[in-house]
Design a protein around this ligand. Structure first.
Ligand SMILES: C[S@@+](CC[C@H](N)C(=O)[O-])C[C@H]1O[C@@H](n2cnc3c(N)ncnc32)[C@H](O)[C@@H]1O
Length: 227
């Protein structure tokens, strides 16, 4: 991915507060059983042993959205990627508590896994409250940029959906500008209400709840992949 409008590098925290003993044990016991394999194509067959619709979440934070969606759709497969260790532990707790058998995790850069997904294999991609990088000089770090979007577009099946949420006004405007310039995505909003109110099947994330508490507006974007 060598386009000059995108920087392909992981920024941000990899870990936060020290893990408690139980969390360490969960990480050691459960993560290896659920991890996306290190090599080879990332397919439904390789991950779940059958052919099922696959959903992909980029930067799942503590995993509450991932777990909620996986619980809602037990016959679908979910891949969640997040480099933040404490977030991965949070997701493992949800997976354990909700007894979810349809989630696989990657602790690291989502784009490394996305590249290994066959083209047209994904049903949905979620990007919720991506790091905003509000300064103009950091714009190339944003996930909403041609490099990552080309990859997302390639991996989504025609008719598949890309969901993007943000509470950052700069990111909101930026995303509308970038996405409106793309022919491979159709914005599913028919009126302002469609992106100002939470669509059905889109649970609140921890980050979003925090943003709401601070009085921020939140924008919900749904795009259909068109051929
Ligand atoms: C602002 S947080 C939002 C977390 C979560 N989606 C939510 O709404 O609560 C952004 C997350 O994206 C993750 N992230 C940043 N770059 C990433 C990448 N290349 N691949 C996967 N996750 C990434 C960060 O570690 C962080 O947890």
């Amino acid at each position: 991915m060598n386009d000059p409008s995108t920087i392909r590098r992981l920024y941000g925290r990899r870990s936060g507060h020290k893990l408690r003993q139980g969390q360490e044990a969960l990480l050691e016991r459960l993560l290896p059983a659920l991890e996306v394999p290190k090599d080879g194509p990332v397919t439904s067959e390789a991950l779940f042993g059958d052919s099922r619709p696959i959903h992909f979440e980029i930067g799942f934070g503590s995993g509450e959205h991932l777990a909620w969606r996986a619980d809602l759709l037990p016959d679908h497969g979910f891949i969640g990627c997040e480099p933040f260790l404490n977030g991965v532990v949070g997701a493992l707790q949800h997976i354990r508590d909700q007894r979810l058998a349809n989630v696989r995790l990657h602790m690291g850069d989502a784009l490394d896994v996305l590249e290994r997904v066959p083209d047209g294999a994904l049903t949905m991609v979620y990007l919720l409250h991506p790091d905003p990088w509000p300064k103009a000089r950091h714009a190339k770090r944003r996930m909403v940029n041609p490099g990552p979007l080309d990859l997302i577009a390639a991996k989504l099946r025609p008719g598949g959906e890309f969901r993007l949420g943000t509470d950052d006004p700069t990111y909101c405007r930026w995303s509308m500008m970038v996405m409106n310039g793309r022919r491979d995505f159709e914005w599913l909003a028919e009126s302002a209400k469609d992106f100002l109110t939470r669509p059905g099947g889109w649970p609140e994330t921890r980050y979003e709840a925090k943003a709401r508490r601070k009085g921020h507006e939140v924008w919900y974007f749904r795009y259909r992949r068109v051929a």
